[in-house]
Write a protein that binds this ligand. Structure first.
Ligand SMILES: NC(=O)c1ccc[n+]([C@@H]2O[C@H](COP(=O)([O-])OP(=O)(O)OC[C@H]3O[C@@H](n4cnc5c(N)ncnc54)[C@H](OP(=O)(O)O)[C@@H]3O)[C@@H](O)[C@H]2O)c1
Length: 269
């Protein structure tokens, strides 16, 4: 699997897995499916996983699914807490699930200054690898830029796909300028971009599915480190990982994907 640098000395696979909703499961059968998704990703080397205490049981289910292979995975998770005590309690739970957190992110920038104080101490003590911050909303990108400029984080997690391109204005250029890693959340538009134009439209792009076209479109931007599509289906996990083998779209192919998406979105298809 192709890798890119998330931070100095930290390489990650360019395709991983998001666990929002899909790993917030209790039923034994659904937990087994989660294990199968993780196995499918290990088979192709897509061993980057993203979670959060906000995702219900997802961290627990991910920790269980990783099992003895935990050390071969890169675990990104988050702190989503309105007080330092609550954040520390979340971190203790994460230590139970994962032992060590490779990338700890402040979720939605909640209390970021206070949380970064103790997260830096944990990083310096060797219990966290690198620090990051996430936000899903363009209305918070100004504050996200402030965190990026603070010099306290090494990576951001932001939404980016042919239908959500606000990050092209400030966040991606700033990440490049500062040398920060970029994880892309919601790469398939939370499912809305999972299906698109027919396969005949995709031949010229060298991809098999619309989802793969969207993931390659994202990864063709060199400022992006990795995408983390969520899925509850091992076959989709394997298909998504194919995007890592693609050499990348040139500017014209990228524009072609955008036009296909615009046609579909505007109802002419
Ligand atoms: N920090 C934040 O504020 C924040 C916010 C949102 C998300 N995130 C992170 O980013 C991750 C990804 O975002 P997301 O979960 O919102 O949405 P997403 O990854 O854009 O889309 C997930 C949806 O796409 C479908 N899908 C996946 N692969 C597919 C394929 N090959 N073909 C067709 N459909 C496919 C999945 O359904 P199936 O199960 O049927 O495959 C699922 O419903 C999250 O899980 C989370 O880890 C972070």
């Amino acid at each position: 699997m192709q890798t890119r640098s998330l931070a100095p000395g930290v390489e990650v696979p360019v395709v991983g897995l998001g666990t929002w909703q899909v790993f917030d499961v209790r039923d034994e059968e659904e937990v087994t499916v989660g294990e199968a998704v993780v196995r499918a990703l290990f088979e192709v080397g897509a061993t980057l996983f993203d979670s959060s205490p906000m995702y219900g049981r997802a961290e627990r289910v991910l920790g269980y699914a990783l099992g003895g292979a935990r050390r071969e995975a890169f675990v990104a998770t988050k702190i989503w807490a309105s007080s330092v005590d609550e954040g520390l309690a979340q971190f203790e739970d994460q230590r139970d699930h994962f032992g060590y957190v490779d990338l700890e992110q402040v979720h939605n920038l909640v209390r970021w200054r206070e949380h970064l104080d103790w997260m830096e101490r944990e990083r310096d003590a060797g219990r966290i690898g690198v620090l990051g911050a996430t936000h899903y909303s363009p209305s918070a990108f100004g504050e996200l830029a402030t965190v990026m400029r603070s010099g306290r984080i090494q990576a951001v997690q932001i939404p980016y796909n042919p239908d959500e391109r606000e990050v092209e204005r400030e966040i991606l250029p700033l990440a490049e300028e500062l040398g920060l890693g970029v994880l892309v959340m919601r790469p398939l538009g939370a499912g809305g971009l999972g299906h698109g134009p027919g396969e005949d439209e995709l031949d010229a792009l060298g991809v098999e599915t619309w989802a793969e076209a969207v993931l390659v479109w994202i990864l063709s931007d060199p400022r992006v480190t990795a995408v983390i599509p969520a899925t509850s289906k091992p076959a989709h996990a394997t298909a998504n990982a194919r995007a890592a083998q693609h050499p990348g779209f040139d500017a014209e192919q990228r524009r072609h994907v955008e036009r296909l998406w615009e046609r579909r979105r505007d109802g002419s298809e």
